[in-house]
Design a protein around this ligand. Structure first.
Ligand code: SF4
Length: 192
């Protein structure tokens, strides 16, 4: 059996290098890592998940920290707030072109991008499956929200080559929406 301590050391080392590189990328733009995380999240989330409350849950940060981060990104012209059409108390957040460009340049960090490019398709797919399975187990154990990709959600029902049905909201949505992160995502039950 593999040594769990060694796997833990590897994950810890990779996450430290990952965070260091993200911090460096942010420094040159006057941003902290949490600001880049907000930009990255907003570049990948769907329309049910683009509120300040969803950003707070995704980051696992306090309301105050999240609100300060959003205000700073807004003042720099990277994020825009728009009122919800039905509920005027709710705001949606979106990225400006500049915000999108920063998210695309900094995430994933270039070293990880380069390392993954050296793996062939099978290796990447196997690594992805193993990490997904590890993440799902940890999320079950810690009761953390999954914030997974829509197409892997238990409510995602393919209808045709172009649309799927979200069984939670009963909305028919375009397939490209399936590639986004959703705060309502629920992992498939084992055996489904
Ligand atoms: S199918 Fe799941 S992940 Fe996709 S929009 Fe619906 S609730 Fe969110």
């Amino acid at each position: 059996m593999a040594d769990a301590g060694k796997i833990c050391d590897l994950l810890e080392r990779i996450s430290t290098l990952f965070r260091n590189e993200v911090r460096q990328a942010g420094l040159s733009r006057g941003l902290h890592p949490v600001h880049l995380e907000v930009l990255f999240y907003l570049s990948r989330c769907n329309q049910f998940s683009d509120t300040p409350a969803a950003v707070k849950d995704f980051l696992g940060a306090t309301k105050g920290t999240t609100s300060q981060s959003i205000s700073l990104l807004e003042s720099k012209g990277y994020v825009i707030k728009t009122k919800d059409r039905q509920d005027k108390r709710v705001y949606h957040l979106s990225l400006t072109e500049e915000g999108k460009a920063i998210a695309a340049e900094t995430m994933p960090p270039p070293s990880l991008r380069n390392a993954l490019e050296k793996c062939d398709e099978n290796q990447q797919s196997s690594l992805q499956q193993q990490l997904e399975s590890l993440l799902i187990d940890i999320q079950r154990e810690t009761s953390a929200g999954s914030f997974g990709l829509c197409k892997s959600c238990m409510h995602h029902l393919p209808k045709s080559e172009t649309v799927f049905l979200c069984q939670l909201t009963q909305l028919e949505l375009p397939n490209k929406f399936g590639e986004l992160i959703c705060r309502e995502h629920q992992v498939q039950k084992i055996g489904e």
